[in-house]
Design a protein around this ligand. Structure first.
Ligand code: TMP
Length: 211
């Protein structure tokens, strides 16, 4: 089973992914947590290049291809083999981030990006995608409250993040695997909603013989 967590920066998705993985472990599921971009030696090197403020001159197509390259390696080296063994794989971001950030945010065009996504993911599609929705004002409020300085992606402006958010909401309307959660809700309340949705997925997969 392959479950992805998505959202704007500072949406709380990584906190929720960690809580979900802890719960899976407690319930004795074989589980693996990964992050995209990253997760492999090659992917972590690409991640550093992507987020480094010294990469300010990076072209939008280069950015798209580097995110995709990191993901292709992650699926090839880790996610594919883990899923074949029956492990539950939880990933902090996956290709919906590319559709929202590069497609809608950078304006690179959704259809072409979907083709690149399919190639990079070796045609793998998440079984469930949890999208934590926060207003862009909240992202900036949370960003100001953190101690480290903004990375290259986080330095993108308010309009960029508005387009990314709209891109995600559009995707959520199109794809039935999406669940939209109100990221302004308390952490524990969100965790309960995530867990309930996961249990519903387990049931429906058992019925259709997928798991
Ligand atoms: P993270 O901090 O949530 O791991 O994400 C790193 C940054 O990269 C974040 O600003 C979102 C961005 N990103 C993209 O722009 N496109 C992508 O395909 C992915 C996976 C992340």
């Amino acid at each position: 089973m392959f479950i992805t967590f998505e959202g704007l920066d500072f949406s709380g998705k990584s906190t929720q992914a960690k809580l979900f993985v802890e719960r899976l472990r407690k319930e004795a599921y074989p589980v693996l947590m990964e992050r995209d971009p990253g997760g492999t030696a090659i992917g972590e090197t690409i991640r550093r290049v992507l987020l480094d403020r010294a990469s300010a001159g990076m072209g939008e197509v280069t950015e798209l291809l580097l995110f995709s390259a990191s993901r292709a390696q992650l699926v090839h080296e880790i996610i594919g083999p883990a899923l074949r063994k029956g492990t539950v794989v939880v990933c902090d971001r996956f290709y919906d981030s590319t559709t929202a950030y590069q497609g809608s945010g950078r304006g690179l065009g959704i259809e072409g990006i979907k083709t690149i996504n399919r190639v990079a993911a070796h045609s793998l599609v998440p079984d469930l995608t949890l999208f934590f929705d926060i207003p862009v004002e909240e992202l900036h409020r949370r960003m100001k409250g953190q101690h480290s300085s903004a990375d290259r992606m986080e330095s993108s402006g308010k309009e960029f993040y508005e387009r990314v958010r709209r891109g995600y909401l559009q995707l959520a309307e199109e794809e039935s695997r999406f669940m939209v959660l109100d990221g302004m809700k308390p952490v524990q309340e969100l965790h309960v909603l995530v867990w309930e949705r996961f249990q519903a997925l387990v049931l429906s997969m058992a019925k259709t013989g997928k798991a």
